[in-house]
Ligand binder design. Structure first.
Ligand code: F6P
Length: 333
């Protein structure tokens, strides 16, 4: 008789909606006859055997909360054979039949190494970056884009009052998905993406045209991965400041910078993220129940799908050309 215990962990950067996914793993797991345990602090906690049990009470009040009640941590040790062995031992000692990993593609590499050791593993894409291949959306992306758009709505008030240009740096690590979606949604005058060369002279020409047409303030969205040094992110050396300095000098304008930083990682998940989290989590539990393993659940064209993790890790998620074209037609790219 296979063990009826499954475990769930969150790994990598936290994302709004992860708690909704944890709750759905618990609810669906219970419905399918599993005992559901959590692992605190991702793979770091797995190595230490940090299993926690859940109850209806602990699950009662998390669906609407950002972050992850299981916490998350990055683990260099897990990437070593010794660390992997310790994690595997802890899963065997706890008699865990299946492991569900909520995180980004780096987390799925960890899941895959455990799968190769005979642990049923399924991945759920959870990262605000939305840079995981084989799924149209990852948990957290919708909420983060709404956070950006709400922040820009507020910035517009002061930009208009002082007739300024605001350069807003958004997260995404090496991906421009958040910048592209939020730039389109908030009507940005320019969107700079790591996937495309940044032509600041062209940006200034457009902004100059706007000023000539009596447009008194502008918004420029810059993805943190644009140019610059990744270590300089969120600092005065980041690309947003370089862009602002260039524009300010070229247009002789009081250009200001806002770096949204980790605000984008928090907040109550949107309905879209809660629904996505619940759909993906229930399918993940079903796969374990069916004895399937080494797969990631995702959503493609509105349908829940599941794909081999090996396939996911072979690809890099690029931007959708249709949205780039839309940004061009809107005059922002
Ligand atoms: O991967 C999610 C993310 O928020 C990226 O957008 C960002 O570059 C990175 O994590 C920040 O990492 P940390 O939370 O370790 O500063």
């Amino acid at each position: 008789m296979n063990s009826r215990k499954i475990a769930v962990l969150t790994s990598g950067g936290d994302a709004p909606g992860m708690n909704a996914a944890i709750r759905a793993v618990y609810q669906c797991g219970q419905a399918m006859g599993f005992e559901v345990l959590g692992v605190e602090r991702g793979f770091h906690g797995l190595i230490k055997g940090s299993f926690v049990s859940f109850s209806p009470q602990t699950m009662d009040d998390i669906v609407h909360r950002g972050g992850t009640v299981l916490k998350s941590a990055r683990s260099e040790e897990f990437k070593t054979p010794d660390g992997l062995n310790k994690a595997w031992q802890k899963l065997k000692e706890a008699d865990i039949y299946g492991l569900i990993v909520i995180g980004g593609d780096g987390s799925f590499r960890g899941a895959q190494t455990l799968e190769e050791r005979g642990i049923l593993t399924v991945g759920i894409p959870g990262t605000i970056d939305n840079d995981i291949p084989c799924t149209d959306f990852s948990i957290g992306f919708d909420t983060a884009v709404n956070t950006i758009v709400n922040a820009v709505n507020q910035l517009r008030d002061t930009a208009l009052s002082h007739e300024r240009i605001y350069v807003v740096e958004v997260m995404g690590r090496h991906s421009g998905w958040m910048a592209l979606y939020s730039g389109i949604a908030c009507g940005a005058d320019a969107i700079l993406l790591p996937e495309l060369p940044a032509d600041l002279s062209l940006v200034c020409d457009r902004l100059r045209q706007s000023i000539l047409m009596k447009k008194t303030h502008s918004i420029v969205i810059v993805a943190e991965g644009v140019g610059g040094d990744p270590q300089a992110r969120n600092t005065e050396q980041s690309s947003a400041f370089q862009v602002a300095n260039f524009i300010g000098k070229e247009l002789n304008n009081e250009t200001r910078v806002t770096i949204l930083g980790h605000l984008q990682r928090g907040g109550n998940p949107t309905v879209a993220d809660r629904i996505l989290a619940s759909q993906l989590a229930s399918r993940a539990v079903e796969l374990i129940y069916e004895g399937q393993s080494g797969r990631m659940v995702g959503v493609q064209k509105g349908q829940v799908v599941d794909i081999p993790i090996s396939e996911v890790l072979k690809h890099k998620r690029t931007l959708d050309e249709r949205f780039i074209r839309l940004g061009e037609l809107l005059g922002a790219i």
